[in-house]
Write a protein that binds this ligand. Sequence first.
Ligand SMILES: Cc1cc2nc3c(=O)[nH]c(=O)nc-3n(C[C@H](O)[C@H](O)[C@H](O)COP(=O)(O)OP(=O)(O)OC[C@H]3O[C@@H](n4cnc5c(N)ncnc54)[C@H](O)[C@@H]3O)c2cc1C
Ligand code: SF4
Ligand code: SF4
Length: 424
Amino acid sequence: MKAYRIRDEINGIEEPPGKTWFWELQAGVIDAGRCIQCGTCVAACPSNSIGIHEDTDLPELVKMCTGCSLCWDYCPRGGLRYEALWPPSTVDAGADGTIPEGAVVRADASDNYWKITGGPPGDGLGAVTDSYAVRAGARPDDAQDGGVVSALLIAALAGGEIDGALVTRPSDDPDEPWKGVPHVATTAKEITDAAGSFYNQTMALAELDLSRYELPAKPRIAVVGTPCEIQGIRAMQSRRWPTGAHRIDAVVLTIALLCTKSFDYQGLMLQLLAKDRGIDLERVSKVDVIRGRMIVEYRDGEVAVDEPIKNFHGAALKGCDECADFLGRSADLSVGSVGSMDGWSSVLVRTERGRKALDNARGRLDFRELDDPAALVKLDNFDKKIAFDSLRRPFDPDAPLFIDYAEHVASYQDTDRAPVVADR
Ligand SMILES: Cc1cc2nc3c(=O)[nH]c(=O)nc-3n(C[C@H](O)[C@H](O)[C@H](O)COP(=O)(O)OP(=O)(O)OC[C@H]3O[C@@H](n4cnc5c(N)ncnc54)[C@H](O)[C@@H]3O)c2cc1C
Ligand code: SF4
Ligand code: SF4
């Protein structure tokens, strides 16, 4: 096996203690079916050794791993799993370790959350200075809710605050209808064309190799991402190291989309929707997960699917179960649909940068009070409960792609840190 051959060749050279190799990320996260395709490992790798597998859209080693450990350290399902520590240290769990209905989950100074955001999260919505229901005056046709994210980005671009925005636009590939792909938009039109939600992860942070875009030498980029992607950025920005091709330093604004789960593109779109339900993906104008249901609408207004979301859980990313960050606590702004009436977006302002971005777009936006802030707290608590339970889920040997992580760690500890990897 290629990886072991390289190791054999360097046998006898002492490794520094604590070194972690890509193969350990591969075994513990990727092969274990826990990867949430955020792209942080690709962006963090200083030797640009990690790429994206053509068929699976998962990280893969494309060059020699130097064992710098950074892909593991920053991976939200690897070393960065601050949320894994969160509920047990703070919630009043029952005697059997489960969180009782209605329990208030708090974070405190002992939580790693502090290390990422630099401030105390507080109760409920977290470290939020202001919260509103917001709607764009001129809402793009394809906007998911209030069109606020697109309006904010267009205003930031027009005001010269940013040179581009990392968004998710529809794939050009005719074999991939309704697949979101990452793109750095540099015009208002490109931002408008990328409006709406795609329910697949895109390895977004890998796109921060900005060399393929025409941008100033010191670009300023806004990033729209799921909370796990923003965790990756925030963590990488909080510690300096010689980065590879990826411009983490260029990110000046982060907008998290509230998120309880994302999906595997092939599983959701091609299998469950197109194949199993006969949905014509070319005719689809909107896919939404709202009030516990999956709603798919055609461009002529016909509702093609309206079913409980649990019918689609088979295509959800398993790693999302472990996520306790529905509210995107590491971002400058968090935006979602829960908490506001239809056609509006809930906006949580978390930092001064977020406040400025919202102020710059004020002329383009309508503001109201949040309709139902309690709904946000309730869903956040529910999300944490799922994460808490998933960490204690017993090992199921029949689960596809799932390995017993503790056993895996023990195995390489016993064998002088030789990683357990599938033959490549
Ligand atoms: C996977 C996923 C799960 C979500 N789950 C929830 C939820 O449980 N509860 C809730 O309240 N809100 C959720 N949202 C957020 C919600 O769907 C809207 O994105 C949000 O309300 C903003 O709407 P808008 O009209 O203001 O944004 P728009 O103006 O429509 O802009 C949306 C922006 O998001 C970008 N985008 C689209 N898909 C992705 C993606 N997969 N990854 C990164 N960026 C993307 C677009 O490129 C665009 O820039 C989720 C979003 C996604 C992508
Ligand atoms: S979860 Fe993110 S950082 Fe971890 S392996 Fe997957 S893409 Fe890489
Ligand atoms: S549920 Fe969490 S891990 Fe999954 S895509 Fe959303 S933010 Fe990322």
